[in-house]
Write a protein that binds this ligand. Sequence first.
Ligand code: NAI
Length: 359
Amino acid sequence: MKVLIILYSGGQAAQEQPKLLGTTENKLGMYDWLKKLGHEVIVTDDKEGPGSEFQKHIVDAEILITTPFHPGYLTADLMDKAKKLKLCVTAGVGSDHIDLNAANKHKITVAEVSGSNVVSVAEQVLMTMLVLVRNYTPAHEQIVAHKWNVAQVARDAYDLEGKVVGTIGCGRIGYRVLQRLEPFNCKELLWFDYTDLPADAAKAIKATRVATLDELYARCDVITVNCPLHESTRGMVNADAIKKMKKGVWIVNTARGAICDRMAIADGLKSGHIAGYGGDVWDVQPAPADHPWRDMRGPQGNGNAMTAHYSGTTLDAQERYAAGTKEIVDNYLNGKPQNPANVIVADGQYATHAYGQRK
Ligand code: NAI
């Protein structure tokens, strides 16, 4: 069978660092294994447009493996052409690059390596909050520019202690963010999710569930987005939502870029209504050179804490999601059941509750 693997190219870094498993060079550590089993394996980073390797090989691939870091966007149109496709595996967490409703129509299974990089992301969320709230980036840029002006950076620097911090989505990552925030003595920790936490998990964190997103928007100094991208979260953080937030809000989004409206965020930062926006996810990846989030700034030239999509692809995370991807493929090849926690859609329906409230 044909296995199509879409990964980012690691170039020299991947040659020097074999632990960069999620690259075309190191092939998730799966290439030799699959070849030995007699399968045809295509590994490529060429994923855009009708002439791409992705579109060329998807028509007769049985298994597609992609990462959210360099997503092969499997649209409904492409899926119509993928007559042999049975299994899509996300090497990582977050399968929104696959049209899940189309996967259900064609009874294609979509699975991801749940939990594989959630600690990696939760740590990045904490870091990004601190970078924004403490106005770290301009303070650092000043130093490498051989300058010294304490007042210029202190004028926008605050402590996380005493702030109200809330997460949209309190699944694996959102929950870990709240756990990690506890020692910072925030004024309040809030969460909004349509899914409740198990009673013992809710008890273990000193955080309050709010009933509506509007309440979270109105009360928070810092908002972090930790829900998947699906029909009802696409563009959710738009100009209307931002109006409901406090002036000077900091927003951290490591979930998916398209959950936040790109111009509403850039305009909000420019006007000062948003004091800072940071994260590593973009509404299309790789982000185009002219994406407004690359060089958007607040009135003092600060407030931008964007990076390339890497929070969930630390070397530790890569080891976990490469192993998990191999396990999912091995299960499929040997007719073994998948770990239910990894299954997003199967047999024509959503197996997870996390991609929107459905009947
Ligand atoms: P999870 O499935 O454990 O939790 C997601 C939670 O979001 C669920 O509790 C669900 O009920 C909730 N949710 C869904 N829609 C919501 C809505 N409209 N409002 C409020 N809550 C909503 O997923 P996990 O592991 O916490 O990951 C969350 C997302 O983070 C992934 O889907 C992915 O998009 C992103 N992610 C980003 C990474 C990165 O490298 N930047 C790496 C891993 C995940």
